[in-house]
Design a protein around this ligand. Sequence first.
Ligand code: ADP
Length: 561
Amino acid sequence: MKLKRRGFLGGFNRFRLMLTLGLAVVLPAAALIYVNFRELRAFKYNKVLEATIHRDFQEMLAITEKKINKKAYAMTEDARELFPSSDTDASDKEKKLDLILAKSPWLTHVFLFDEKSFVLRTQPQQMGDKYIREEHERMAESYHVWFSSEGKMMVEGMHKKPRPINFYTGQTKRSDGDAYFTTALFVLPQLSSDRVVVGGITFDTCYLQQTFFPEMLEESVTQRVTEQGGNPLAMMVYPTEMDMGHEAKPLAATAGWSEGKPEVSRKLDDVFRGLTLGIKFQGTSVEALGQTWVHRSFFILGFLSLMIIGGLVLTKHIVSKEMALARLKSDFVSNVSHELRTPLALIRLYAETLELGRITTQEKKQQYYRIIRKESERLTALINNILDFSRIEAGRKEYEFRNTDIAELVRNTLESYRYQIEQQGFAFEESIDSNLPAVPVDREAIARALVNLVNNALKYSSDDKFLGVKLYRENSVVKLEVADHGIGIARRDLSKIFEKFYRAGDPLVHNTKGSGLGLSLVRHITHAHGGEIAVESTPGKGSKFTLSLPLTSAVQQPAMS
Ligand code: ADP
């Protein structure tokens, strides 16, 4: 009788499950992955991050400018304090100005203008320099004229400021090329506002370039890094006009500047007008940082996507497995019902026939009795299998191990089948080694395993009817072999036939009654005895099941899979 394995309902359920899995899980996951990848690609680099860093840089530059100005003002004020009164005579002024120069090596020129005279002093050791000497001469000439004409206005303007100091900046020449200078002009502290007296100092260009700026910038950068950590920063200051297009050449820079464009820049005002401050990360740029971020995000997203995909594949696998098991279970119910119905129908039929008293010959009667006995034996075997199986499933199956003459056990079990085997036209070959030591086994369980194997050999044979049973010792194990020349088992089924409910897909198998429980019981029994079950089979040629039992049984109670 052919049994339908996969009904319409089974197929429909599977379809519905796949549809649910597809719509509810795979689609959203795929959409999520797709949207994330697209967004990341469109990002190029993180704009928000970039804006935050730039704002932070702007702030740092503003603070640095303030500090630089403060220091320059303080230095100028210190010098201003030392300025002579304009009312002393010329040689006295010179002396006092020279004293200021001696005390402040960071100055190149100091000068004092009043209504009567203009005194200009320059660092004596710098006067050897041709450029400085020329500068001195130029200043001596032009400043006098300048202050004479504009001094009054200048002084009035300065008196209105909270700090009466003006800074003038510009380029000048030095032996090693262009240099940047700043000159501070101020009114003297003790004088009233109607006196046109102007004092002034010019910062040494070398001092600015080699000491003042490097120290100020380094201080800013180190302070920031020790306060907040993170990527090390670099700062520099450069003449503003160089900003146009080509890469700015620093006037002074911190150690880590190396080269490259500033990330953010700020034009200086007041004291150092004409210079620009620049800042960047050491050895990297915000863009590169952003790119690293994007790459890392891509990597993480890729990894998570793989995990999602892996999870989905795993889920599908588990669900398919569960569904296959559910299908096997439903097959099992219908298989068992058929297996129960057929022998019951036969028993009823033959018993009724006998009851009617129509059978006259003794021989015929004997034949009917035998059929009834055989069918009821089959029923018992099936029910025993089911009961054993349910005990195992519930974890209640217990084995009773006793030292047993296993040769005698096998011989006895086969004996009760001999008639049936030969009746069905099987060539029966038996090879039992009688000199085996006693083995600790559960008699009933081992007999049931053997009966299941023999029954399978009988069930799954077609034309070449052969049954071979061998019992022998190999080292420390006893081996029980059951071989047939039957239909064999396809390679893909070999690993599954020991699973509960599993029956091979072969139509020949499905025309044969069975519950799919036999071999799973055999395996459970063997494992409980600390043994192994193995199968070799060639489709169309036959199969050989080998049950190995250790001589000293390592008894255990495995769970059924
Ligand atoms: P059942 O015989 O009740 O179907 P079993 O657990 O005993 O269940 O066997 C599982 C499956 O293994 C069978 O359905 C059959 O496909 C295959 N099988 C078992 N023994 C043999 C054999 N001797 N020859 C060929 N196939 C076999």
